[in-house]
Design a protein around this ligand. Structure first.
Ligand code: ATR
Length: 282
């Protein structure tokens, strides 16, 4: 009897740009697993039906990217705490009993990147400034509150969205408009950009970092380019910086383990592979 090849995929719309097949393909090869990981474009009008009938897809599980994370979560039979709190799933899998599980691993990806590249980064940090109030910001606030942060300022162009997330998370999280940024940077131990500003093809972030202490850690979820203007500017003034690529790599780990039975490592060869695919360090 031949074993059935386990197949997973990244689903989204559009999805062709996704680096997930490269990441999972690297791990499949490294571990000698005869599995498959592909790319599946699911049109928005098809998404609800696709996830509700996921057991008929021929896949054991999937990653979900924009704009389907909320639709996928709504279609799951079971959600882990993070997916429930965020109302969004980026990783799903079918159980033996056919139940569809949803998880959100963006927050562990965010922490995994910092823990690997800046061990001890949060030992004494208590106050964070998060720029942006989209889905990525939610995952980051969830992540920071799972550590020792006691104050998380969410700063967004649309202040109302920042206040809404703050209200959802409660004590210690405060929503603001951009006007307050200068004064908030003065007290920050940690600064992260979770907006799409600074990504190739988008407007620059263009903030004044002068109020920020020089020992505050600065990171960005944008990884195209790898060294965003924010990171360059922070590095030039002496702040420690971590780029956002590791978040993408680390968020992929739990899915691979679920679908293929091996917990993979984010190693330097994987990082180099993706950096090369992104066109080097530019
Ligand atoms: P994601 O799910 O990846 O976080 P999103 O939900 O679309 O993406 O959120 C994008 C974030 O980038 C938002 O915080 C958005 O600000 P608004 O809530 O005010 O829209 C921010 N953003 C995008 N373009 C921006 C711009 N030109 N200026 C300021 N903020 C911008």
């Amino acid at each position: 009897m031949t074993a059935v090849t386990r197949k997973a995929a990244v689903t989204g719309h559009p999805v062709a740009h996704s680096r997930s097949p490269l990441i999972h393909g690297y791990w499949l090869k490294k571990h000698g697993i005869a599995g498959e990981y592909g790319c599946l474009d699911v049109a928005p009008e098809e998404a609800d039906r696709f996830f509700r009938n996921f057991s008929q897809s021929g896949l054991v599980g999937a990653n979900i990217t924009v704009p389907h994370k909320e639709t996928a979560a709504a279609a799951c039979d079971r959600l882990d705490e993070a997916a429930r709190v965020m109302g969004a799933a980026n990783t799903i899998w079918l159980d033996d009993d056919g139940a569809l599980h949803g998880s959100n691993t963006d927050w562990t990806g965010f922490l995994g990147n910092l823990d690997q590249r800046a061990p001890g980064w949060d030992d004494t940090s208590r106050t964070a400034v998060v720029l942006g109030a989209g889905g990525a910001a939610r995952a980051i606030v969830f992540a920071l509150l799972s550590r020792k942060f006691t104050t998380v300022h969410i700063v967004n162009r649309t202040a109302e969205k920042a206040r809404k997330i703050a209200a959802e998370f409660g004590t210690g999280t405060i929503g603001h408009g951009w006007d307050n940024l200068g004064i908030l940077l003065e007290e920050a131990d940690f600064l992260v950009n979770s907006t799409s500003l600074g990504m190739t093809g988008n407007p620059p972030l263009g903030i004044d970092l002068s109020p920020l202490r020089k020992d505050a850690l600065v990171t960005d979820i944008v990884y195209v380019p790898l060294q965003t203007d924010l990171l360059k500017q922070a590095e030039q003034r002496g702040n420690p910086v971590i780029d956002g690529l590791g978040m993408l790599l680390h968020q992929a780990v739990p899915g691979f383990e679920r679908w293929f039975g091996v917990r993979p490592q984010v190693d330097e060869a994987l990082r180099a592979l993706i950096v090369e695919d992104l066109g080097g360090r530019s």
